[in-house]
Design a protein around this ligand. Structure first.
Ligand code: CP
Length: 305
């Protein structure tokens, strides 16, 4: 039974993840007509915000894009008061992105409407992980038994955390590769991944290579000597991709620092599936809205229809 909110992949079991992916495969009718979805983004976004908006509109919901910088938050209204005010206008779901981990959860504690985490600090980005799993399943026909190598700024990445959890729940082996300061402490025992500082070793036998963005906005102090050195050692290009399986696919959640974590060539051409990820983001978020915002309050609170 899927819960009221989607805050973390940790809250979903394998069958719930599979239900979300299966629902994203199905063509949907205008099931959210008369419902209101609020996009509450406190941090910039292109893909997530636009795809939630398109997803809501394709399901015939009314979608409101709330802009904190043009709101009464400029007059010191708190985040929680803002969220409660918007909910009082009959919101059926609130999509939250914030630069601080835990803000979507805090908002969920004071709202009755479902809250969907659209990325909170370095904590989680569950819908990104779900659309990534969907994209791998589409490309490879399965996830169970695959080897997924995630390369880059694991320490600061909510995408890495959500993807590690999701791919492992679906039966993949997950490896991470990064400079030592970007590997979270105790990541192997906590998350069940294998951590590598050698990119070559991490890529050997990989079915999926996921490059992550160097998150300049979250970096404090020196994590690698220079961007040039990072790119030479960990940047994915066709030469390094040779270490992975011949039919490996390349993923990136975007936005890309071209020429840093990913070569221009791979950013634009196969075996990259980056634009498939973007496209699938709409279908997957339609499934999320359908399953979380389309239920009656009693049903979403686990009381039956
Ligand atoms: N992948 C992702 O979250 O992209 P945006 O920041 O553009 O939403």
């Amino acid at each position: 039974m899927i819960g009221r909110d989607l805050l973390s992949i940790e809250d979903l079991d394998r069958s719930e993840i599979e239900r979300l992916l299966d629902t994203a495969e199905v063509k949907k009718v205008p099931t959210l007509r008369g419902r209101t979805i609020i996009n509450l983004f406190f941090e910039p976004s292109t893909r997530t915000r636009a795809s939630f908006e398109i997803a809501g509109k394709r399901l015939s919901a009314d979608v409101i894009n709330f802009s904190p910088s043009a709101s009464s938050m400029k007059k010191s209204e708190s985040i929680l008061d803002t969220a409660k005010t918007l909910e009082a206008m009959d919101a059926d779901a609130v999509i939250v992105r914030h630069e601080v981990s835990g803000v979507p959860k805090r908002i969920a504690e004071v709202l009755e409407a479902p809250v969907i985490n659209a990325g909170d600090g370095a904590h989680e980005h569950p819908t990104q992980a779900l659309l990534d799993c969907f994209t791998v399943r589409q490309a490879k026909g399965k996830i169970d038994g695959l080897t997924v190598t995630i390369v880059g700024d694991i320490l600061h990445s909510r995408v890495a955390r959500s993807n590690i959890l999701a791919f492992r729940k679906l039966g993949a082996e997950v490896r991470i590769a990064a400079p030592p300061p970007m590997i979270p402490p105790a990541v192997e025992s906590t998350f069940g991944v294998k951590a590598y500082t050698s990119l070559r070793e991490a890529l050997e036998g990989a079915d999926v290579v996921m490059a992550l963005r160097i998150q300049n906005e979250r970096l404090e102090g020196a994590f690698f000597p220079s961007v040039r050195e990072y790119s030479a050692t960990y940047g994915i290009d066709r030469a390094k991709l040779q270490y992975a399986k011949e039919d490996a696919i390349v993923m990136h959640p975007g936005p890309i620092n071209r020429g840093v974590e990913l070569s221009h060539d791979l950013a634009d051409h196969k075996p990259s599936v980056i634009l498939d990820q973007v496209r699938n983001g709409v279908a997957l978020r339609m499934a999320v809205l359908y399953l979380f915002a389309g239920r009656a309050p009693r049903e979403r609170n686990g009381e039956g229809a």
